[in-house]
Design a protein around this ligand. Structure first.
Ligand code: HEC
Length: 102
């Protein structure tokens, strides 16, 4: 019984996406931060203006939500505790500009 609970706990922990310690340089642009931290999952063609990276649920299209998401993460997305302040502002601006529009 105890073994069963322990393996359940380990299984649960391994499913939770972990924290990513990526730290942007103060001089990095929003695009650079995006390419370094996000593009491996939210991919796209940076040079093709018609190719947007992903679509954000319409009710979530705002900088506050993006900042929340990046710092909080989720089951499937790592959280990025070191993206803060000005870097977060530049990143969320870039994400909003490249969000899929209808
Ligand atoms: C390891 C892969 C991975 C990385 C790296 C990643 N994401 Fe995500 N992201 C996901 C997945 C999977 C989802 C969808 C599930 C969810 O909402 O949690 C998601 C969802 C999101 C959403 C919510 C979309 C919606 O419709 O509400 C936003 C915003 C977002 N990511 C932004 C970012 C930003 C900005 C970065 C870079 C700092 C980033 N993600 C890095 C995997 C990733």
């Amino acid at each position: 019984m105890r073994h069963k609970q322990l393996s359940l706990l380990i299984l649960t922990l391994s499913l939770v996406a972990c924290s990513d310690d990526y730290t942007p340089r103060p001089t990095s642009s929003g695009k650079t931060i995006y390419l370094e931290a996000c593009a491996r999952c939210h991919s796209g063609e940076p040079e093709n203006p018609k190719m947007y990276y992903w679509s954000i649920n319409p009710k979530n299209i705002n900088a506050r939500y993006i900042a929340y998401k990046v710092n909080a993460g989720s089951l499937t997305m790592p959280n990025f505790p070191n993206i803060q302040g000005e870097s977060m502002r530049k990143l969320s601006e870039y994400v909003l500009q490249h969000n899929l529009k209808e």
